[in-house]
Design a protein around this ligand. Sequence first.
Ligand code: HEC
Length: 198
Amino acid sequence: MKKVYLLPAILIASVAALVGSCGHNSNADGQTISKDSLIKRGNYLVTTMGCNDCHSPKVMTAMGPALDTTRLLSGHRSDVQLPPANTDALKNGWALFYAEGTAMVSPLGTSYAANITSDATGIGNWTLQQFKTAITKGKWKGMENSRNLLPPMPWENYKDMSDADVEAIFTYLQSTKPVNNVVPAPQLAYSEIKPDKP
Ligand code: HEC
């Protein structure tokens, strides 16, 4: 009797292994998830995890800053020169946020939120593995030997993110409108941290 069931079981296991090896996402029951569902889930995660707070430029409204929907997730705008920061405030222990939320000045220096759209100036040419390394290990450009990502990128919150969620976010970001924007390199108070080299 046992043998009768063995063959279908082997078949199912091999199909599941094959599907897994194609790099498709699958749910707890081992069913593959379509690209559309991945994008939907990624959009949901990006929205609820607050990536827009820092990575999207804002427009000022009577009700305060609102997302600039023409350039979502494209990072600090390259055409925005930051106003001079109050250095007394910094000496007194303050960290200052640019009103759009896309740049921060602290005793460490100035950091700018990255372009994470599907453009080549964003993460359009990145691999899933690179994205995983950036998000879960906090590595610049997703390269194992590069510098750590600077504050306020909260990568430590993401270090235990499941592969499925990392893939969903990556698939969604790759589906976003490409926005050409070369974000300025950080200016750092400590020279041992190299701003734009691994
Ligand atoms: C509190 C602000 C903040 C939030 C929230 C935030 N980020 Fe970031 N992120 C940054 C900053 C600032 C940088 C640039 C850090 C640097 O230059 O080292 C960055 C860098 C990155 C990078 C690396 C880019 C590169 O070129 O190496 C990726 C990828 C990224 N963020 C994705 C995300 C995603 C996805 C989310 C939401 C799940 C998110 N971030 C939430 C501020 C933030």
